[in-house]
Design a protein around this ligand. Structure first.
Ligand SMILES: NC(=O)c1ccc[n+]([C@@H]2O[C@H](COP(=O)([O-])OP(=O)(O)OC[C@H]3O[C@@H](n4cnc5c(N)ncnc54)[C@H](OP(=O)(O)O)[C@@H]3O)[C@@H](O)[C@H]2O)c1
Length: 328
């Protein structure tokens, strides 16, 4: 099969598209699935993984790519509810997705309806599961609460806008340009803040007087402003650090604000509470079938253009999701 491979920690230009052996199901272990990949979702974390800056460090050589959609080619013993030949989406164990075949734990594989396009299915699991689990399971977002979403036109950010609206919140979206804010608005954001030109706290106070829940995949200045904008009893969700700056949290601010900072790791939840993640995926696919979620795949590139796909995210040029087309 063809696969994009990382042979040593480095940058996008160090990756190579090569012939590689198909991944085998782990010997002696139950519960795995091999998938013929039709499309592979691109995540910001892929840019960190290849540099050795992600929490997971797979052995070399490995392929980046944390989510795929395709057809089940093989199932190991003990797998129930997933059949060979079935259309599925899957989250992968730290990589393996920029390839013609990938393996996934059965608990991370979900059948998809015939009507769901490959690119949409490949773009779906990581971002929607992260936002749904963060907002519902972790922050317990309530109808009528005010939700502030940073980086709201990006992969996870845009899904947080949609899931926040589906849960009945008023959503304030931040992004770095009018074009990106227009994307967040088109996906349901009620209020828009350009954090490249406007002061987040000032605008939040003007719009809503404060926020109840913050969804933060950006970190740095955005996190600091969130802490100054949070209502008593508020919750700040730490999702990621796309800005490259990991905030340090003054505990006294949490005390006086009666506020909580909550981490959410989709990877940890998949390991420790797979049933919670599966329930979230079922609910999200039902919402999608009802038309309540409108995934934005802004670009679909052929597998050979993996470097451009990664650069779009690294250089802050993408909105929604970028997807690689692997098999037609
Ligand atoms: N906790 C979890 O389980 C989990 C799951 C998925 C993703 N994540 C994390 O969430 C973050 C976003 O991931 P993603 O896949 O959604 O990425 P993405 O599609 O590239 O979106 C990131 C957004 O961050 C903003 N940003 C601010 N400063 C940036 C910078 N210096 N470089 C790039 N973007 C910057 C950009 O919007 P503006 O230009 O509008 O600022 C961009 O839209 C990453 O840190 C990722 O690791 C965490």
């Amino acid at each position: 099969m063809r696969a994009v491979l990382c042979h040593a920690w480095g940058d996008i230009d160090d990756l190579r598209l090569e012939e590689a052996p198909s991944p085998a199901l782990p010997e002696g272990s139950d519960g795995w699935v091999r998938i013929r990949v039709h499309a592979s979702g691109v995540n910001f974390a892929d840019t960190l993984l290849i540099r050795g800056e992600y929490q997971e460090k797979p052995p070399f050589p490995f392929s980046p790519g944390m989510e795929v959609a395709g057809i089940v080619a093989e199932v190991s013993p003990g797998v129930e509810g997933i059949r060979e030949g079935e259309r599925v989406l899957a989250m992968l164990e730290a990589g393996g997705g920029y390839a013609e075949e990938a393996i996934a734990r059965a608990s991370d594989v979900t059948p998809i309806p015939d009507a769901m396009d490959w690119a949409v299915a490949a773009s779906f699991p990581v971002v929607y599961a992260t936002s749904h689990l963060a907002l519902s399971h972790r922050a317990r977002l309530q109808p009528g609460e005010v939700l502030l979403v940073h980086g709201a036109s990006g992969g996870v950010g845009l899904t947080a806008v949609e899931v926040g609206k589906a849960l009945g919140a008023t959503v304030i979206a931040t992004a770095s340009s009018p074009e990106k804010l227009a994307v967040a608005h088109a996906h349901g954001a009620d209020h828009l803040v350009n954090y490249a030109t406007e002061d987040i706290r000032e605008r939040v106070l003007e719009i809503a007087g404060g926020v109840d829940v913050v969804y933060d995949p950006v970190g740095g200045e955005a996190f600091a402003a969130s802490l100054r904008s949070i209502n008593p009893g508020g919750r700040i969700l730490v999702i990621g650090f796309a800005s490259g700056s990991i905030p340090q949290i003054p505990a006294n601010h949490l005390l006086v604000k009666d506020a909580a900072v909550l981490g959410l790791s989709l990877g940890q939840l998949r390991n420790h509470r797979p049933e919670v993640v599966q329930q979230a995926m079922r609910e999200l696919l039902a919402w999608h079938a009802e038309g309540r979620l409108r995934p934005l795949v802004s670009q679909v590139l052929p597998l050979e253009d993996y470097a451009e796909a990664l650069r779009l995210l690294r250089d802050r040029r993408s909105t929604g999701k970028v997807v690689l087309r692997v098999h037609e």
